[in-house]
Structure formats: structure tokens, C-alpha cells
Design a protein around this ligand. Structure first.
Ligand code: HEC
Ligand code: HEC
Ligand code: HEC
Length: 280
């Protein structure tokens, strides 16, 4: 499964000699969409407004006074999503109701899985390593037999279940469910040449140029991610959870998640999560 889109050195040589576009230098689907994006005046105007308001937030880690709600350090990965050139590692702030959940999901689902969903394009979703020897490559899903199933009495199982550590779906820490197109990740990492170029341009650009860059980068993106049920309901799933390594028990849990059910009951914007409602 691994290294499927790595190019054999000999093929690379032939490509270079013949001035052919090589698979290794092939653009990812996201980059292609950005380059082909046509921006309307209206979008550009809106983008300029956003860029003027855009603030760079620096997270200060070593405060002289320990903050009250000090969280443990965010785990970073060797490979970084291109989006983090400008967005924070926990990028969701606006929607108070779902931001915590969306930030949690960003640890095991690539930004692009939720935000880059071009119409009329079939992508597959696979685990992509952001760390370790396989960083940047597709990973095989965790095999079902690696998830230990203990034989014990039903009462003991029930008691233990409350304290048992949840086995994550991810085959290794830092891995994220990512979109693939023609066997290649459809997304960009920070160190990709195109991403580097954008980073430099952004740094030196004035507001008008930044508005153009912002508009182009976001033209292929969706403002919002898919609804919870698009991944958590078996009726219209966008992810093939079985192929991503979910055991029947995990599949059942993901498709019968209390919190997701609770979210689907929200009708009004200003409704808040309340424990008594959660238990309904
Ligand atoms: C070069 C800087 C830059 C990069 C790279 C970038 N963004 Fe943004 N993004 C912005 C700015 C500026 C805004 C405007 C709102 C703000 O100030 O945060 C924004 C807004 C957004 C929004 C809100 C909707 C909208 O279009 O205004 C989403 C969603 C978003 N970005 C997702 C992403 C994702 C996903 C990626 C990676 C594929 C990404 N961004 C990469 C700068 C960037
Ligand atoms: C599980 C799906 C999911 C993932 C993964 C995800 N997002 Fe989002 N994102 C959403 C949804 C849903 C919204 C819309 C929130 C709302 O307003 O209801 C959103 C909104 C945003 C916004 C708008 C501003 C805000 O404060 O909420 C930005 C910026 C953004 N996402 C960036 C990112 C970046 C960068 C990543 C990767 C690090 C990412 N997202 C990963 C689902 C996702
Ligand atoms: C792009 C697909 C996707 C979307 C959209 C999505 N989820 Fe999930 N969610 C997952 C996957 C996959 C898992 C399982 C991760 C695992 O088991 O390691 C999960 C796990 C969870 C969990 C369990 C986490 C845990 O630690 O036990 C909760 C709660 C959850 N999602 C809530 C939500 C809510 C609420 C929404 C909508 C606001 C949502 N999800 C949208 C894919 C998604």
C-alpha cells in the first residue's frame, strides 16, 4: 500500500530527459484548482475586507504567570498542512457550538478532507502519515486483529469499558484521513515548492495582492465542512470507514455517536449544548 505514488528514479530520469511532466513533480489536485481559479470582482472585494481584518495570532507559550487553563502542548507533526502557513493549528474559533469538535477532528482528519471537495471529482480517502518513516505517504489501515479484543465476563466488560482507552482509528499517531486523487494526495504540505512560493509572496505582499492570493487559495475550498452525518451516518457516508480500518464495533460507535445525534437535533442557531438534552 505504501509508497504507491513514489516515482522510480529511472522513470524520473526518462521524464527529465524528455521534458515530460513527471509524476513526482505532478501538481496536486488542490494546486491545479488554485491555479485555474477565476476570481470575480465581488469575491476580490470581500477578500480585501477579510485581509484588512486578518490578524496574526501568536500563541505565547512561556508566560511569566501560569495561565489558569493551561493545556498540554499541542502535538505537532513533522509534515505540516499548507493551511497552517496562515491558520492556527486549532483553526476553528467562530462557531462556539462546534469549534471544539472541529478542532478535535483536525488532529486525525486533514483540513482538505472537509474543506476541499470539488464537485464532479471522485477522490478516495486514505490514511496519510504526517510523521515518522512514512511521512508524506499513504498508510495501510490498522488491521482489525491489531485491535485487542479481551475475552471476559459481560459484567466485567461493561465495567472495564468505561475506563478502557479508546483505540483510535488512525494507524499511527499524527496520521490523517486525507483526500487522494489518482493515487496521489490531493493536498499540499507546507514544504511543497508551490506552498513555499505562496508563503514568500504572502509575506511581502501588500493588502491588494494579499486579497488576490487569499481569493485564489480559497476559491476551490468550501467555507464549511460537511455536516456531521456525512461521516457519522451510514446512509450517505463520504468516508469508507471499513476501508479506513474500522472494526465492526468501531463502525457501530462512529455511526451511533450520541454527540452527533445531539447535533442533528439543533434547529436554532442560538441553541446550546446542555447535559440534560444530551442524555435524551
Ligand atoms: C496565505 C494565507 C492562507 C493560507 C495558506 C490559507 N488560508 Fe484560509 N484564510 C486566510 C485568510 C486571510 C482568511 C480570512 C479570514 C481570516 O482572517 O482568518 C481565510 C479564511 C478561511 C476560511 C473561511 C472562509 C473564507 O474563505 O473566508 C476557511 C474555511 C479557510 N480559510 C480554510 C483554509 C484551508 C483549508 C487552507 C489550506 C488548504 C487555507 N485556508 C489556507 C488565509 C490563508
Ligand atoms: C471534520 C471536518 C473539518 C476539518 C477536518 C477541518 N474543518 Fe475547518 N471547518 C469545518 C466546519 C464544519 C466549519 C464551519 C463552522 C461553522 O461556522 O459552522 C469550518 C470552518 C473553518 C474556518 C472558518 C473560521 C472559523 O473560525 O471557524 C476556517 C478558517 C477553517 N475551518 C480552517 C480549517 C483548517 C486550517 C483545517 C485544518 C487544520 C480545518 N479547518 C479542518 C470543518 C472542518
Ligand atoms: C469528515 C468526516 C467527519 C465529519 C464531518 C465529522 N466527523 Fe466526527 N469523527 C469522524 C471520524 C472518522 C471519527 C473517528 C475517529 C477515531 O475513532 O479515531 C470521528 C469521531 C467523533 C467523535 C468521537 C471522538 C472520541 O474521541 O471518541 C465525536 C464525539 C464526533 N466525531 C463528533 C462529531 C460532530 C459533533 C460532528 C459535526 C459537528 C462531526 N463529528 C463531524 C469523522 C467525521
Amino acid at each position: 500500500m505504501n509508497n504507491q505514488y513514489k516515482v522510480h528514479p529511472a522513470l524520473m530520469m526518462i521524464c527529465l530527459l524528455m521534458f515530460m511532466p513527471c509524476p513526482a513533480t505532478a501538481k496536486t489536485l488542490y494546486q491545479t484548482h488554485v491555479e485555474q481559479a477565476k476570481i470575480s470582482d465581488k469575491t476580490l472585494k470581500k477578500s480585501l475586507k477579510q485581509v484588512k481584518k486578518h490578524k496574526v495570532v501568536n500563541i505565547i507559550d512561556d508566560l511569566s504567570l501560569p495561565p489558569f487553563h493551561k493545556r498540554e502542548k499541542l502535538q505537532t507533526t513533522e509534515k505540516q498542512p499548507f493551511c497552517l502557513t496562515c491558520h492556527l493549528p486549532l483553526p476553528h474559533r467562530k462557531n462556539e457550538r462546534n469549534r471544539t469538535f472541529m478542532n478535535m477532528h483536525s488532529r486525525y482528519i486533514a483540513c482538505e478532507t472537509c474543506h476541499f471537495r470539488p464537485e464532479a471529482t471522485t477522490m478516495t480517502y486514505r490514511w496519510l502519515a504526517y510523521d515518522g518513516a512514512d511521512a508524506g505517504n499513504a498508510l495501510s489501515p490498522r488491521r482489525a486483529f491489531e485491535v485487542i479484543v479481551e475475552a471476559s465476563s459481560p459484567a466485567e466488560r461493561k465495567h472495564k469499558a468505561q475506563f478502557k482507552k479508546r483505540v483510535p482509528l488512525a494507524p499511527q499517531p499524527g496520521a490523517r484521513i486525507s483526500p487522494f486523487y489518482k493515487n496521489m494526495p490531493a493536498l499540499l504540505f507546507k514544504e511543497a515548492p508551490f506552498a513555499q512560493k505562496i508563503k514568500m509572496e504572502w509575506k511581502d505582499a501588500n493588502e491588494n495582492r494579499r486579497a488576490e492570493i487569499k481569493a485564489k487559495l480559497h476559491a476551490p475550498l468550501k467555507k464549511e465542512g460537511p455536516a456531521c452525518k456525512k461521516c457519522h451516518d451510514k446512509r450517505e457516508p463520504i468516508l469508507d470507514l471499513k476501508m479506513l480500518g474500522a472494526t465492526p464495533a468501531q463502525l457501530h460507535k462512529i455511526q451511533n455517536n450520541t454527540i452527533v445525534r445531539f447535533f442533528s437535533r439543533f434547529k436554532k442557531e442560538n441553541e446550546r449544548i446542555r447535559i440534560n438534552k444530551l442524555l435524551q
